[in-house]
Ligand binder design. Structure first.
Ligand code: PLP
Length: 395
């Protein structure tokens, strides 16, 4: 009999972390691998944020803090929601965790009973379904096509809702497609959700600050009738290039916030005191980094989309946010190329051309692959040349 629990058998390790690890191993073995698998900005954390952390260490902010975040960080989060999203929260409506990932995990653990359904639009961030499964819930995957801009429509949402639906997850701009929901699209979804008084919305806004072409960010908690049924998760990882600091936060209904704190009190306790001090500076300090960084990402997005659409057999939508594109490789899956699935495509690309990307099926939609362009233009140019050469050699 295995020592491993049944609940753990329901889930798999993160496929995106697996690709990054594989690329790391190949590089260590001497191969010239370009990794386009990682979901983190290649920029360094801004100096004002680093200095705030150093100051915190020197000052002795090195002890346990309140389990779900220091008052200073919670106040900074409240100010952020007010300043950027015109949303008002009190201190007991805010929680801070060790990354957005922990906040989401705790939220599911705190709210799901066996058999409760969570609607997850696909393509989705790889961790949602497995977190739901681990918490005993049932992921209800809704495939959102390229023609729909990879976004959930009100019609599909309405069709998927059942008596057991507890949560709907929205992630805009999205990982893995970069697609952002417009205000109108959110309002259409909200119309369906306001009719059903029991469903809660989990809005994952982690890519809020990575957006282009004057895309207007709108989050579902801004719909007054849904605010008290929405948990809005955000964090400093992607916005301020702070993935390693591990700070995420959420705002929403007091009972959920309190329950998240209860789980945290019996698992990890507070997130790092030093990282919290740094996050206060990130949220309250100079915000010009965001604009500068988005301009650099935009240049890379434009280059990558243009280069991919020049390759025969590949087609790629131009997203308005995040640092991912989600091109189709369906044109290359046939008898002639001897590639049947997106996984075949991705594996051969790594093997033959030393470029690491992630198969679309890992995100719940076959026939695509995800490229993270959070790497230098030099790397991207080399990678696009290699992908072009590889694809043309197949035909
Ligand atoms: N949500 C999405 C969509 C993500 O892509 C990520 C990270 O990759 C997270 C949440 C979690 O981010 P973190 O735990 O670094 O705050």
């Amino acid at each position: 009999m295995s020592i491993i629990s049944n609940s753990l058998k329901r889930i798999k390790p993160s496929p995106t972390i697996a690709v990054t690890q594989k690329a790391r191993e190949l590089r260590a073995a001497g191969k010239d691998v370009i990794g386009l698998g990682a979901g983190e900005p290649d920029f360094d954390t801004p100096d004002n944020i680093k200095n705030a952390a150093i100051k915190a260490i020197r000052k002795g902010d090195t002890k346990y803090t309140a389990v779900d975040g220091t008052p200073a960080l919670k106040k900074a989060v409240i100010k952020k929601f007010k300043r950027e999203n015109k949303l008002n929260y009190s201190i007991d409506q805010v929680t801070v965790g060790t990354g957005g990932k922990q906040v989401l995990y705790n939220a599911f653990m705190a709210t799901l009973n066996k058999g409760d359904e969570v609607i997850i639009p696909a393509p989705f961030w790889v961790s949602y379904p497995d977190m739901v499964l681990l918490a005993g819930g049932k992921p209800k995957i809704v495939k959102c096509t390229e023609q729909e801009g990879f976004k959930l429509t009100a019609k599909k949402l309405k069709k998927t809702i059942s008596k057991k639906t507890k949560w709907v997850i929205l992630n805009s701009p999205s990982n893995p497609t970069g697609a952002g929901y417009t205000k109108k699209e959110i309002q259409d979804l909200a119309k369906v959700l306001t009719r059903n008084k029991k469903i809660y919305v989990l809005s994952d806004d982690i890519y809020e600050h990575v957006r282009y072409d004057n895309f207007n960010f709108f989050t579902i908690a801004q719909i007054p009738k849904l605010k008290n049924r929405t948990l809005t998760m955000n964090g400093v990882s992607k916005s301020y290039a702070m993935t390693g600091w591990r700070i995420g936060y959420a705002a929403g209904p007091k009972d959920i916030i309190k329950a998240i704190g209860k789980i945290q009190s019996q698992s990890t306790s507070n997130p790092s005191s030093i990282s919290q001090a740094a996050a206060v500076e990130a949220l309250n300090g100079n915000q010009s980094f965001i604009k500068k960084r988005s301009n650099a990402f935009k240049q890379r997005r434009d280059f990558v989309v243009k280069s991919l659409n020049r390759i025969k057999g590949i087609s790629c939508l131009k997203p308005n946010g995040a640092f991912y594109v989600f091109p189709s490789c369906k044109g290359l899956l046939n008898k002639k190329t001897k590639l049947k699935t997106d996984t075949d495509f991705v594996q051969k690309l790594l093997e033959k051309s030393n470029v690491a990307v992630v198969q679309g099926s890992a995100f719940g939609l076959d026939g695509y692959f995800r490229i993270s362009y959070a790497t230098s233009m030099k790397n991207l140019k080399k990678a696009m040349d290699r992908i072009k050469y590889f694809c043309e050699s197949l035909i």
